[in-house]
Structure formats: C-alpha cells, structure tokens
Design a protein around this ligand. Structure first.
Ligand code: DON
Length: 583
C-alpha cells in the first residue's frame, strides 16, 4: 500500500500545505481574533512565561485569569473556567452535567484523567426507554428526567480544589457565583439554541423560572441572571461535594426528578464518585500524545487513526489522496468504537489490541491506495452524525501545570429540565448509551452490549481532551462536537505537526468520516471541486460545503521561543484565548 501511494507523493510540500490551510482559514475569521495574544518572554525558560487560557466565552477565560491573579494555579483556574462556563453556556455544559479533565501536574510530572462522566441511575434499564412497540422512546431518551444521568461536574470541581488547587473552592468559584448573580449578556447562539429546544424546556416549572423569568425567552443582548444557580454554587463553595449531592440542593434535585416522573435514589446521588484514570498515551511522528481513555472513545480512535496514518507522509500527498487516507483511517476506527467501547468498569475492552501498532498495521493494509472501502463491507452496523454542543477549555500555567477539559450536558440545554430552586439544568447524557442495541441515538450514533445502560455505569463519550508534547512544544487541546470531536482534535494534531500556530489550528477547515453514514463530510472551503471529483472517482461519497462544526480551544507553550499563545475557534464569536504574563 505504502509503496503504491508514494509515487503520488511530492505534489505538495508541507509548506504549501500549511500555506493552503492559512489561505483557507480566513473564511472563518470574520470575527476579531478575540484576544489571541501570543506573548513572549525574552529568553527560553524551563517554565512558561505566564498563564494561557482558551475557552468558549470571554467571561470564562477572564474568570480563570482572575483566579491566577489571586495566586491560583491551572487547576484553580480550571475550576473558575468550568463553573463560569456552566453559568454562561447552559446550552453546552453545566453543573447538572459531566465532563473529563485531563491534568498535568508539573511538580510530580504526572498526568491524570479525571473522569466526571455522569452515571446511570438503577431505574434506567433498557426496557425503560422502549415504547409499547418496542421502539426507542426518543422523548424519554433526550428530554426530561429519564434522559439525565447523575451529574459529575460538581464532584470534579470539589475534587480539583481538594487535591490539586492552591486556593479554597470558595475563592475559585467566586467569579462564577458573581456572574450567575449579576447576569451576563445573552448571545445569539444561546437565543437560537433556546428556540430549538423551547417546546421541551417550557414543559418544566424550574426551567421556566430561569429562562422565562420576565415572561419571554432569552434574547441576544439581554442580561440573564441566575440567582438560584448562584446560591447552588455558593453551597458547593461552602460545603464542597455535600453542598451539591446532599442537603438542600440534593433534596431539591431528587424532588424535581420525582415530580417529573423520574427515579433517582438519594444513595445514587450522594454515592457519585469521580474516577482518576490513567490517560492513554501514544506517539506520533515525534509527538508524545496524552489523551482520553474509556469511557471516552476518543483516545482509542486516536491511537488507531494516528497509527494507521504513520504509513504515509501526509504532507507529501495531494489533497484528494490525503483526504482519502484520512477518511479510510477514520472509517475503520469509528467502526471499532461502535462495536467494542463502553465503560471500562463494566465491560472488557480489548484495549491492548485496539491500541497496538500491529493492529493498526493490519487495518492499514486493508486501505486501498485510491479506492474507497464501502463501510458496509466492514463488519458491524451503521451509525451517522453528532452535532456541536458541549464545551472545551485549555490552560497552561506559569509552573507548567496543564488542564485540558471537555464538559457537557449533551444536547442543547441538556434535558431541558431545571430542578426548581436550584438553577441546575440537568443533562440528557443517557442518550449516549446504546439504549436500544443498534438503534442510533439523537445524533445517529449507536452501539451494542458494551455501551448498554447498567446501574452506575458511565455512558460512552467522544470527548477527547488531549495534550501533545515535542522537544520544543507543549500543547493542550480539545473540542465539542459529538462524534466529530475525535476527528476535530485529530486534524488539530496533524495541523500542529505541519507547523501551524494555535489560532490557525483552531480556524482550519474540517473534514470528517465516521464509518456510518458512509460519507466524507467537509466544511465549506475544506475541499476544492477538483479534490471532490477525485475523491468521488475513488468511490467516496462527499458532502462538501456542509455548515461548519466544532469549537476548538487550544493553548501552546513554545519552549524554544519562550512564548505562550492560544487559539480559539473563530466559528464561535464569543470565545477567547488570552495570556497573562508573569510580572
Ligand atoms: O460525550 C459525548 O460524546 C457527547 N455527549 C458530547 C456531546 C456533544 O459534543 C454535543 N455536540 N454535539
């Protein structure tokens, strides 16, 4: 295979490729650079010259920097950013949801994957999600109390403060509490998302109290205040874990779920535990990559795709063959995701096989140099797309600590249900389980036994918070976007490898293949007409010019240059990457 392709190589140099990516990038750059301030120290040093934070809203980025100014480290800043995102981006994530925090502790050199994924309540059996015809009850799977898993994010914030932070939780949560109480300006994405979930959200008393407080849905430009959420955050700040999972807030969450016909037990709520897992590690062309293990599917897919790609010098391929090879590698990895992956505490995952170079070499050998493999010729079953809610942030601080965190309530505004009196919007993460084997979920992704719901089990995720490190560079990166998270982060790894800067990495046009549907999706500007025609001639179906997706947030410490810089996805006009230099 490799030999067959090599003669085609040489049509494009890495520099030409980088230049093309740069030319394509301005298509997304209508918004200002949003505070992307690469900042340099005068000499290369063992430590970064300050702290860099990239997140999906300027208020959350600034909340993190405020905590650093008060003496906080990256982990304290992560608490501030995460909680502020919970307040200003209820559409994407929140303390009623969950997430993954990839941490690097500079003092010990240790990387930790903090798993704050939601868990299934015992009542959430597969049968509970079927209608009387035995079909998946989509309303139950995605709306209201049955769609919600036991939240994990508040436990993660308490754990971060207790084990990794320098400041009390109270201090790190203060900016989020202030923003919840004083309010923030509604932006178009929030208003639009509300419109698309309005019918569901307005079913619930608690949701109406927050989002229809003045009788009307949130409108861009208005100030949205969330006093109940401020109080819940204050209780979390004062009492840690117990402030959310027990006492007044816990009781209100249980009562709300019950009132709306769901079933959570007090033991399930107070028994929630974050799990510290060993991250997945792999090497790609001189980069050490540290990334998400199960119950995320991201790292495993990464390991498969990147190791398959090692067979080619991508920079030397013409755009059509580069896209072909990428799509073929993606197709194969996503097939394995569907079949094998789930919560490692419940299912036996053939991790050693799926992540081994030999296995990847076997898969690579099945890739035809210029012919698409129809997905239905690979064993398994079909699975289409996810969308782009959720949120990611990346931090590197002056000590070299790092955080790469992706957090979510799953679909826009999660379950749509706020527990009255708490301001907590519950997630609808249960839909990430294979509630009915082989039936696609809201995004068209499906699964089988490995990802069936069981009491206390975590639903499979695509969230892939990651680090990459070379001799000269340390990078934190990640993105939302459902099943497109993995390919977004993968393309970012390839772009960094091609020498792009963080803002260019965040802006570059995207392509995606996820096995089923058997199609290459491409953003406008990602593939030109000639490339599309060549891919079609190889047997690919191509959806060129799809509307954009994703919201990548990344920061980089260039050790050789002694600089810190950030990239925030220009597809989201309210994101911000910013750097605070150590005085
Ligand atoms: O964990 C996951 O993979 C999903 N719940 C993430 C959802 C997401 O990114 C929403 N965007 N489409």
């Amino acid at each position: 295979m490799r030999k067959a392709l090599r003669p085609r190589a040489g049509l494009m140099s890495p520099w030409l490729l980088a230049a093309l990516l740069l030319i394509a990038a301005p298509a997304y750059c209508e918004a200002p650079a949003k505070g992307m301030k690469p900042a340099a120290a005068k000499t290369a040093a063992a430590h970064p010259p300050g702290t860099a934070i990239a997140s999906a809203h300027s208020l959350s980025t600034q909340a993190g920097l405020e905590i650093v100014r008060q003496g906080g480290n990256a982990f304290d800043a992560a608490i501030a950013v995460s909680a502020a995102l919970s307040v200003v981006e209820p559409i994407s994530s929140g303390i009623g949801g969950g997430g993954f925090f990839l941490l690097h502790d500079a003092k010990t050199g240790r990387d930790v994957f903090l798993d704050a994924r939601e868990t299934a309540p015992a009542a959430a059996t597969p049968a509970a999600y079927l209608d009387d015809k035995g079909e998946l009850n989509r309303d139950r799977a995605t709306n209201g109390p049955w769609s919600a898993g036991i939240p994990g994010l508040p436990a993660a914030l308490a754990h971060l403060a207790q084990k990794y932070g320098k400041l009390p939780l109270k201090t790190s949560l203060a900016p989020a509490i202030r923003i919840a109480r004083e309010g923030f300006q509604v932006y178009p994405r929030l208003e639009k998302g509300y419109g698309s979930r309005r019918e569901v959200m307005e079913r619930y008393r608690g949701t109406r109290e927050v989002f229809l407080a003045d009788g009307n849905p949130p409108k861009a430009g208005e100030i949205l205040k969330q006093p109940d959420l401020a109080r819940t955050l204050e209780l979390l700040a004062a009492k840690g874990f117990d402030g959310f999972y027990r006492g007044d807030v816990g009781a209100k969450l249980l009562a709300a779920v019950k009132e709306e016909g769901g079933q959570w037990t007090p033991e399930e709520l107070s028994g929630y535990k974050v799990v510290e897992r060993e991250p997945l590690r792999l090497k790609y062309r001189g980069w050490d990559i540290v990334t998400a293990p199960p119950p995320s599917s991201g790292g495993v897919a990464f390991a498969e795709i990147l190791q398959m790609l090692e067979g080619w010098d991508l920079a030397k391929l013409d755009p059509a063959h580069r896209t072909h090879i990428l799509a073929e590698a993606m197709r194969r990895a996503y097939r394995d995701r569907t079949i094998y992956l789930g919560d490692p505490d419940f299912v036996k995952i053939p991790l050693r096989r799926l992540t081994s170079a030999d296995y990847a070499a076997g898969l690579r050998a099945t890739i035809h140099p210029d012919k698409a493999t129809p997905s239905d010729l690979l064993p398994g079953q079909p699975a289409p797309l996810e969308d782009d809610e959720t949120t990611h942030f990346s931090i590197i601080d002056a000590q070299g600590n790092r955080v790469s965190a992706t957090q979510t309530v799953n679909l826009l505004y999660g379950s749509g249900m706020v527990a009255p009196g708490t301001g907590v919007l519950l997630n609808n993460e249960m839909d990430d389980f294979a509630l009915r084997p082989g039936t696609p979920n809201a995004f068209g992704v499906m699964g089988f036994a490995a990802n069936a719901p069981e009491p206390g089990k975590r639903m499979l995720s695509s969230m892939t918070p990651s680090f990459m490190e070379s001799k000269d560079k340390v990078i934190a990166l990640g993105a939302p976007g459902g099943s497109r998270i993995i390919t977004q982060v993968l393309l970012a790894v390839l772009a960094y490898d091609a020498g792009l800067a963080p803002q260019q990495v965040a802006a570059q046009p995207r392509i995606h293949h996820q096995w089923m549907p058997d199609v290459i999706s491409a953003e406008a500007g990602a593939l030109d007409a000639d490339t599309v025609a060549k891919l079609q001639a190889m047997g690919h179906k191509v959806n060129a010019g799809e509307s954009t997706w994703g919201n990548l947030q990344t920061v980089m410490w260039d050790k050789a240059a002694g600089t810190l810089s950030g990239g925030t996805d220009p597809r989201n006009p309210v994101g911000q990457a910013d750097v605070l230099l150590t005085p």
